[in-house]
Design a protein around this ligand. Structure first.
Ligand SMILES: [Zn+2]
Length: 263
């Protein structure tokens, strides 16, 4: 007990003066190990697949549909390159979940999705983080909230969206596959997302660019809107459809598959 207390005091004495007297930039480095500038890095891999690295260096892989994704650049299709801390899956359909189990088995990453679907993967217990709407997980310096989406998820569970809450207070909302729904107002009220990964795909399955833009204007006030789930297959909205709907909305940030942006 005494040894432990003494060690704590020694660590505190060694650490505090360094932080207290460091210039601001140096303090940022001390507070956020593993990053240069405290930025959120977002790489779009095409369709609904994103690799996100937090200001503290936690990497999350969202809706991994990579090896069979016609939009993913060939140079990024090797599943061995992905070593996320966690894989987040909005629902069980192949265009969101196809590579989740394989990457989890290769990398040891945890998998976060609905309880029923995560259990169906039969991963080791330490990797299987099943949850449901309203649930929260902490992975590294990111708090992950499970929120509703209006879609289906068969086999296994129900569809989700995710809100990622970063340590600096910023939030990112991945809508998942959905249509506009009234409870988006509650997602805004509770989390005030700064960045929204917005499904705009339309076709037979999800909200089209107009419904997605209506949802943004009615319920949200983000600084950045990144459209996704379009242009991958015939029948989905095209790049031209998305740009036509959003017009001169300066919040729209169109990414290229493989591109990384920092915020
Ligand atoms: Zn989909």
């Amino acid at each position: 007990m005494f040894t432990s207390l003494r060690r704590t005091l020694v660590v505190a004495l060694l650490t505090l003066p360094a932080v207290a007297h460091a210039p601001l930039a140096a303090q940022a480095r001390i507070n956020r190990p593993g990053t240069r500038s405290g930025q959120i890095a977002i790489r779009w891999l095409g369709h609904a697949t994103f690799e996100i690295t937090s200001p503290g260096g936690t990497t999350l892989l969202l809706d991994p549909f990579i090896s069979g994704n016609p939009s993913t650049p060939d140079s990024l299709k090797n599943l061995s390159r992905y070593r996320p801390a966690a894989i987040l899956v909005t629902h069980s359909h192949d265009d969101h979940a196809a590579d989740a189990k394989s990457i989890a088995q290769r990398s040891g990453a945890k998998v976060i999705s609905t309880y029923e679907w995560v259990n169906s993967l039969r991963l080791p217990a330490a990797q299987a983080l099943g949850g449901n709407v309203g649930g929260t997980f902490q992975v590294g310096d990111v708090t992950i909230h499970l929120v509703p989406a209006m879609h289906s998820s068969d086999p296994g569970g129900r569809p989700l969206g995710f809100v990622l809450q970063f340590a600096d207070g910023r939030t990112l909302y991945d809508t998942g596959d959905t249509w506009i729904f009234g409870d988006m107002a509650l997602i805004q009220e509770m989390y005030k997302p700064n960045i929204i990964l917005l499904n705009v795909g339309g076709g037979p399955y999800t909200e089209d660019p107009h419904a997605a833009h209506t949802a943004i204007n009615k319920y949200f006030s983000p600084t950045t809107i990144i459209p996704m789930h379009y242009g991958t297959f015939p029948g989905l909205a095209t790049d031209r459809d998305v740009r036509a709907e959003f017009g001169n909305d300066r919040r729209l940030t169109v990414m290229r598959p493989g591109q990384t942006l920092r915020f």
